[in-house]
Every structure is written in C-alpha cells, then in structure tokens.
Design a protein. Structure first.
Length: 416
C-alpha cells in the first residue's frame, strides 16, 4: 500500500507539495491527518464545492481563541485577537458588509489604471537589479524585485509616504512568521515579535486613518472611508484591520507569485524565449504559473456543521485544509495537468480561491505579476535560475527564501 503523506511540513512535502498532494488525491482525496488534526482535501471538485459550503467557515481564528486556555496578555493570544477581525477570517453577514465597503477601493477600472505606475516601478527595480550584477555571479531576484515591488505598490495605494515603505516590508515579515504556519521560524519570541510589529503597524495606520479623515485624497484608504453619515461605514478599528490585511496579504502573495512564475517559466529555455518574444503570451503564462506553482498551497476552513464528503464524516469543530496545489493539478479537471499549456482556459484554476472569499486583490496581484514577469523576461536575456529552490517550511504559502538568477549581459538602464 502507498504510504500517504500526513505531514505537510516534512522537508519532502515542503520541497514538493504538488507531489504530496498528488498521492493524496489519487489514494485518499479526503484524508484525516493526525499531525495537523485536520482533513486534507485535494480534488478540484471537492475544493470548489467547499468554497460554497456553508458548513465550512472562514471564521477560523475565534474558535482557536476560544479553545485556548491562555491569559489575555499572552502574545500569541493577543495577536490572534487582533487578526480575528480581519475580513478574510469572517463570515456573512459581517464579511458581506466588510467586503462591500472594501470593494470601493478595488474597482476594476481603478486597479487597471495603475498598470502604467506599476510598469514604472518595475523598470526602476530592474534598472537597479541590472546595475547590481547577475551576469557572472547570481543575484537574488526576490530581494531585488519580487519582494520590494508589492510593498511599494501597497504603500502608495494606501497613501503612505514613500519613506515608510521599508516599515511596511518589516511588518509584513513579522506577521508572516505566524500567519502562514509556524514552520518558518521556531524562535520562542516569534509571537512577541509579531505582536510588536502588529501593534506598531496598527498605531501607524490609526494615525494614517485620522489624517485621511481630515484630508481625504485619491488613495485606497480614502475610498474605504465611505460616505459621511453612512451607518455601515467602516470604523477606525475596521479600517486599521483592513489596511493591515491589504498590506500582509498583498505583499506576501504577490512576492511569491512573481518568484514562482519566474522559476517555472525559465526552467524551459524554449518556453522562456517564446513568452519573451510574444507579449500576448505573458498573461496565459502567468495564469499557468498561478495554477502550477501558485503562491498559496492551502486554505483553512472550520467545520460548523456535520456533513459527509466522499463517505467521510466531517464533524463540527474539526478543521479542513483545502489543498489548492492538489486541486490545480487534478487530472479530472485539467488535461496534462503538470504541463504548461499557454492555450489552456484561463479562469478555471483556484489559485485565488472562489466564491465570496475569492481574493479581493486578485486583479492587482495579476497585474503586478504580469508586468514584473514580462519585463524581466524582456530585459534580462537568457534569464535563468542558479541553484535549487529553498522554500519556507509553512503550511499555507509557497514562498522561496531567495531566487538566485543569472542572465546574459545587458546595458544597465536599457529598456528594450
């Protein structure tokens, strides 16, 4: 009998989550993991159905708090208390209200209009990256491009001063220590560090909210203020939480999406050059990268009602891990699922979720990834990865610690 992967944090599963998910998908697609005390769901149809199943709740932080017998002053307890108010971990009707009000800042035409600014930022980062080297010795594409880009974009969208960008990146890093699974940092003070970052960030955003209430502008935060007198308008606490969520979710996810897409598309020189030479192929190439090596491997749901799935009794109070990395390579949904197919139908993968909790920033993440990947392939001829990947050992995210690359010589500052 095939040994079933039970622990998603083993070195083997971290290095090859798709392989682990494939074994589960074939032999036990609704698998109880004693290690994680959760059901691991890996088939496409089951994952898509789960997104719309009212028996599975996104309000998954408050139950953890209720289960813990810890003093309110405990750092991890206090941190989870703050995160529990974020839109992504709420259910209707609270989620419906928050999503509607946040949607004012994510209107498609507003996000689409940002593409020129994102292109300018990418060109600036690539200019600096080229000037730093990368021809004879590898240079880290995560540190040089994939990591700073989304932090800059989000800071600008929220109307934060340019000099505060580095603080945004630091706060996002501290939150990542805990929000995407604890495997990446085992230091005993990681919760205290994350809490300090979260509290410092909340104080910063509270001051920014007050400033925007006095002097609203054309930024995203001003758009989320709503109309004066609207009884449903976001409170200051909710605005602070929304800013924190946008920073954290937008930064981590987009960094991973860019880095993973570059690794995938440069692994095959013929594919790399084909996408480089035809701008029309950048978008489908990015969609295939999102499907095959998407930034999020697992989404968590909390069971609020007993039900059955493929003959398994799923009980109230249990957790369900939706393995996006399994669903996006399901051969029952995708022909040749492990192959990059630039003619594949676009909108069927679940890299950004589905239903009411589908990622509200998906369009922005797509634009940033498309612009970054297209520009890198165009401006860095012969771009290729130097070395094997190392991924942070987290349950939820597919995050490379670095991406050392080399490329053929180009003139610094040239923009073909």
């Amino acid at each position: 009998m095939t040994d079933l992967p039970d622990d998603l944090l083993t070195p083997e599963a971290v290095a090859d989550p798709d392989g682990a998910a494939a074994v589960l998908r074939e032999h036990d697609p609704v698998h109880w993991s004693p290690t994680h005390r959760a059901w691991l769901v890996t088939r496409y149809d089951d994952v898509v159905a789960a997104f719309r199943n009212p028996a599975l709740s996104s309000d998954r932080v408050r139950p953890l708090l209720a289960q813990r017998e810890r003093p309110s002053g405990d750092a991890s307890h206090r941190m989870l208390g703050l995160i529990s108010e974020w839109m992504v971990v709420t259910d209707p009707p609270a989620h419906t209200r928050l999503r509607r009000l946040a949607g004012a800042a994510f209107k498609q035409q507003q996000i689409a209009a940002m593409e020129d600014r994102i292109q300018a930022l990418v060109d600036e980062l690539v200019d600096a990256f080229v000037a730093d080297g990368g021809t004879d010795l590898p240079a880290d594409l995560v540190a040089g491009v994939a990591y700073p880009l989304p932090a800059i974009v989000i800071a600008e969208m929220l109307g934060a001063p340019p000099e505060d960008r580095d603080r945004f990146r630091e706060w996002s890093d501290e939150l990542a220590l805990v929000a995407f699974g604890a495997g990446g940092d085992a230091r005993p003070d990681r919760h205290e560090r994350a809490l300090r970052g979260l509290e410092e960030m909340a104080e910063y955003f509270r001051a920014l909210v007050a400033r925007r209430r006095r002097d609203p502008g054309g930024d995203m935060l001003s758009a989320m203020l709503g109309d004066e007198g609207d009884p449903d308008a976001l409170s200051d606490d909710e605005l602070v939480g929304m800013c924190a969520l946008l920073l954290f979710a937008g930064h981590e996810t987009t960094t991973n999406a860019i880095a993973n897409a570059v690794r995938l598309l440069t692994a095959d020189p013929a594919l790399r050059d084909r996408v480089r030479d035809d701008p029309a192929l950048v978008n489908p190439a990015v969609e295939e990268a999102l499907r095959l090596v998407g930034p999020i491997k697992v989404l968590v749901r909390w069971v609020v009602e007993d039900h059955e799935l493929r003959g398994r009794a799923i009980r109230r109070g249990e957790r369900v891990y939706l393995l996006l990395c399994g669903a996006n390579r399901d051969p029952e949904r995708f022909a040749d699922p492990d192959v990059v197919d630039l003619a594949r139908e676009r909108a069927t993968h679940v890299a950004f979720g589905r239903g009411i909790h589908a990622c509200i920033g998906a369009q922005l993440a797509r634009i940033e990834t498309r612009v970054a990947v297209g520009t890198l392939l165009r401006r860095l001829p012969g771009l290729r990865v130097a070395g094997e990947p190392e991924y942070l050992p987290t349950i939820a995210s597919r995050a490379q610690t670095s991406l050392p690359v080399v490329h053929d010589a180009v003139a610094a500052g040239s923009r073909p």
